[in-house]
Design a protein around this ligand. Structure first.
Ligand code: MEV
Length: 327
């Protein structure tokens, strides 16, 4: 066995179809060039030790008991999904020794950019490299999904799928991932409301609204599918004006299902006023991030407008690389 092994995995933005994807509709996402890197080392004892440097949390798990070494009252909740990745890896591969995982992340947590999925995917992959187990992408997806269920309750699977495969992906629950061969450089500006929220709670909120108004919400969910069909057409035709307009329509539907708020609306409007072709919330909403589609000459103006409206702008590029081993 190696002395250590590292892997990294990207975050993602959902371009179209978040929430509707939970109800079996397709969604379109792209991996972004913000990554999580995990270094795995074997231990002499049977402990699973995790040190998440940027989140400032560390602890270990001895059997079923979690011990926190560093972190606040939420530390156990933050570590649990990572312990779950290790346990599922051990179950799938039969490799039962203790391990130490060191996690470094460029992705802000709880912001809709897929940080938890990237942590799970990079962790499973670093363990795969360390023990030389040759896991398939499908096996890494299944291991990561178990951790995602702990974090988000009823996730669709789009976050780990985008993180594993990279590039543009079309994802549908049950059907899996279609990696799209699109050679288009979308000038996307991310605006972070810096308001943390829980994806699981937002998904629950939509589910409760659907229980109260099934006929209305199901029609909106179906429109979500049409949104993705038309967005794909616009992408294939490189029609960025149409893509921006469809983003605006998608945002209105997300507002209709109750996942927007004032901070999000302020950033979306600021980006549009600064010349964005379109802007929408991305991910679960309730805080987190928005994305704006710019033209090359408008990128810095849009980023400045987001900042002036109280958000933190990130100018990112899509990442063609999904999960990968690192030296
Ligand atoms: C979270 O990034 C996207 C949601 O659609 C939830 C999910 O798909 O699991 C809100």
């Amino acid at each position: 066995m190696k002395e250590s092994a590292s892997a990294s995995a990207p975050g993602k933005v959902i371009l179209f179809g978040e929430h509707f994807v939970v109800y079996g509709k397709p969604a379109l996402a792209t991996a972004i060039d913000m990554r999580v890197t995990v270094k795995a080392r074997p231990r002499r004892d049977a402990r699973i030790f995790v040190n998440s440097i940027d989140v400032k949390v560390s602890g270990y798990c001895d059997g079923d008991v979690i011990h926190i070494c560093d972190g606040d009252s939420k530390a156990g909740r933050k570590l649990e999904p990572i312990f779950s990745v290790v346990r599922h890896f051990q179950n799938v591969t039969g490799k039962s020794g203790g391990v130490e995982l060191e996690i470094k992340s460029e992705i802000p947590a709880s912001s809709g950019l897929g940080s938890s999925a990237a942590v799970s995917v990079a962790s499973a992959s670093a363990l795969d490299r360390l023990f030389n187990t040759g896991l398939s992408r499908d096996e890494i997806f299944k291991i990561s999904m178990e951790a995602e269920k702990i974090v988000h309750g009823n996730p669709s699977g789009i976050d780990p799928a985008a993180s594993i495969y990279g590039g543009f992906i079309l994802y549908q629950k049950g059907k899996g991932v279609e990696r799209l061969d699109l050679d288009i450089d979308l000038p996307i500006i991310i605006g972070d409301t810096q308001m943390e929220r829980s994806t699981g709670e937002m998904v629950n909120r939509v589910s409760q609204l659907r229980t109260r108004y099934p006929a209305l919400i199901d029609k909106i969910v179906c429109l979500g599918e049409e949104i993705v069909t038309q967005a794909l057409e616009a992408l294939k035709n490189r029609n960025l004006e149409a893509l921006g307009e469809i983003m605006n329509i998608n945002h209105s539907l997300l507002n209709a299902i109750g996942v927007s708020n004032m901070r999000i609306e302020r950033l979306v409007q600021a980006a549009r006023d600064a010349g964005a072709l379109g802007a929408k919330l991305t991910g679960a909403g309730g805080g987190g991030c928005i994305i704006a589609l710019g033209t090359r000459d408008k990128i810095s103006g849009i980023a400045e407008a987001i900042q002036n409206a109280g958000g933190r702008p990130y100018i990112t590029k899509r990442s063609m690389d999904g999960v990968r081993f690192e030296e």
